[in-house]
Design a protein around this ligand. Sequence first.
Ligand code: SF4
Ligand code: SF4
Ligand code: SF4
Length: 324
Amino acid sequence: MKTKRIILSLATALLMLPALLSAAQQGQGKGRAAATFLSVLGRPKYVVMLALGLIALILLLTKKMRNGIKIPLLLLSTFLFGIAANLPIKVFKSFSMHPSPVCAATKSILYGFGMPLVVTLAVIVVLTLVGPKLFCGWVCPVGAVQELAAMLADGLKIKRIKWNFTFSQIVRTGLFLAFAFVSGKGIYHTVVEGQKTALSIYDPINAFHGFEFGAQPSFWAGLLHYLPLLLTIVLAFKVYRPFCHLVCPVGLLTHWLEQIALFRVTLRKSDCTDCGVCTAETPCAAVPEILKDAKLRPDCFACNACVGACKSCRAFSFGIKRTS
Ligand code: SF4
Ligand code: SF4
Ligand code: SF4
């Protein structure tokens, strides 16, 4: 099982990379000096993203991911990739979440794979395959604010509703299929200088836009600009990561990739007393399925709550093995 997962993770990464790179070459403007994959990957933003993901992984594997570290890490991701680029400080300009994960996954389909889109996707894919969902769990600013809202809700003892995984999966898959049809076919479009240009149906609901703090032409335009992020944060007090589960196409992509991630939550069944504490105390729909050793797990954002919940038996941990 262990060897199979390592081979599957490596093979997926190796298969996706050439496909992304060749698509990127096609997507590069002819007149522009083409940025190479490595030159874009070497930008501070992507280096810090990879470093943050790997630091989170080390903390998870060494059982050092406690709330005292988790909260500062999530605040750091929110600041670096959400807020920093809005400040008038030169060094932070390159940290802008442009292209956002939503744009990387969708605009590349509509307009071609520019190198920043490819590199963003590659960083997401690699951190998910090392996993589980290290990008979504510890790097993405929209993910981080939802995780912080969920932790605050727990602190305030707000009773939260758990996702029915089938429902959330149908909604985000349906949205992606609607995008492929409506945007892909150019049904939703704009006309610029007589030229028809497809628009993404994700644009009006993209929570990442809320991290662009520029002046808006009117109050209503401003409201629409910030509404997806505001709604996401408010809903995150009641349901776990609503934007990831219902809207984000990267949530959908990483859900499939995390099934073959090298590292994941593992359960030592021999230590489990079936007390049910982990199911009650964790926010996700994954824990009950892990307890059942289900083949297909709902999204795990590597939040570490299950490991923390099983204090007495220590049956959960992060590792390579599945269950034992
Ligand atoms: S699913 Fe989308 S919004 Fe959620 S953490 Fe991942 S990239 Fe961010
Ligand atoms: S909290 Fe630990 S012992 Fe209790 S059901 Fe969960 S894994 Fe088993
Ligand atoms: S509680 Fe455990 S299984 Fe659920 S998202 Fe967090 S780490 Fe993953």
